[in-house]
Design a protein around this ligand. Structure first.
Ligand SMILES: [Mn+2]
Length: 247
């Protein structure tokens, strides 16, 4: 898909970027009135710390797990649940969480780290209409209730896939106060991530007959981002797509 950025949806550009360790840009180009919605998260200095890399790669893993599962007939809330599950598995590997992931799912621990929905329909509106036609009910559960659609996927639908892991103090405090959730949290390790902010990776996709087509072409892996930022610093650089973009 050819796109030129005629309009930035919105961005948060830090004023004092030297004091900010990580940046999250949520942007979109528009093409003949059709919107796009792409989020890139990257270290402000161009080099991931071990903790930044761990969280970034956890989110990238959930994004790619969803991309592998997307096809016609799949229920979008199940894709949200899949992303949540990957996040919980990865946060356990990092050491922030401990215990059985199935039990974490039962107490909706995923919504503490990803309080928004996995993604939304894209079209002439960035958050396009049609997410809840008659007969499709909103699921009133943490995280899932924020989904802008609960539909099953159909060929030709265009959506965002935008998982994220965030460290939001009031949500973390809420989880720590709830014995059903706090039993899964290694608070010593979690302390290290207070003030970390969050990572979101947002791509645009079209559902095809057997799977999906990825429409976004930006540096995505840690290696791609670091190489891109290093080369950008040293002169001219244009990103023309790398193997990690292909499904
Ligand atoms: Mn979006």
């Amino acid at each position: 898909m050819d796109m030129f950025p005629t309009e930035v949806k919105w961005t948060r550009i830090p004023k004092k970027s030297q004091n900010i360790s990580q940046s999250l840009f949520d942007m979109g180009g528009e093409y003949y009135c059709y919107g796009s919605d792409i989020t890139c998260t990257f270290p402000a200095n161009g080099k991931f710390t071990p903790d930044q890399r761990a969280i970034y790669e956890a989110v990238l893993r959930s994004s790619r797990a969803v991309m592998s599962a997307v096809k016609p007939g799949v229920a979008w809330p199940d894709m949200h649940r899949l992303a949540d599950r990957v996040h919980l598995e990865e946060l356990t590997k990092i050491g922030i969480l401990k215990g059985n992931v199935d039990d974490m799912v039962k107490v909706h621990l995923g919504a503490i780290f990803m309080p928004h929905g996995l993604g939304h329909l894209l079209g002439i509106d960035v958050h396009d209409v049609g997410g809840y036609p008659e007969g499709v009910e909103r699921i009133d559960l943490p995280g899932l209730r924020s989904l802008r659609t609960a539909r099953s996927l159909q060929q030709g639908m265009v959506l965002t896939i935008e998982p994220g892991i965030y460290f939001i103090d009031h949500l973390l405090d809420q989880a720590l106060r709830d014995p059903a959730q706090s039993c899964f949290i290694n608070n010593d390790v979690l302390q290290r991530f207070r003030g970390f902010g969050g990572v979101r990776i947002e791509d645009d996709i079209a559902v095809t007959a057997n799977g999906m087509e990825l429409l976004t072409c930006v540096p995505r892996t840690v290696e791609e981002i670091e190489a891109f930022m290093a080369e950008g610093r040293s002169g001219t650089k244009s990103f023309d797509g790398l193997s990690s973009q292909r499904q």
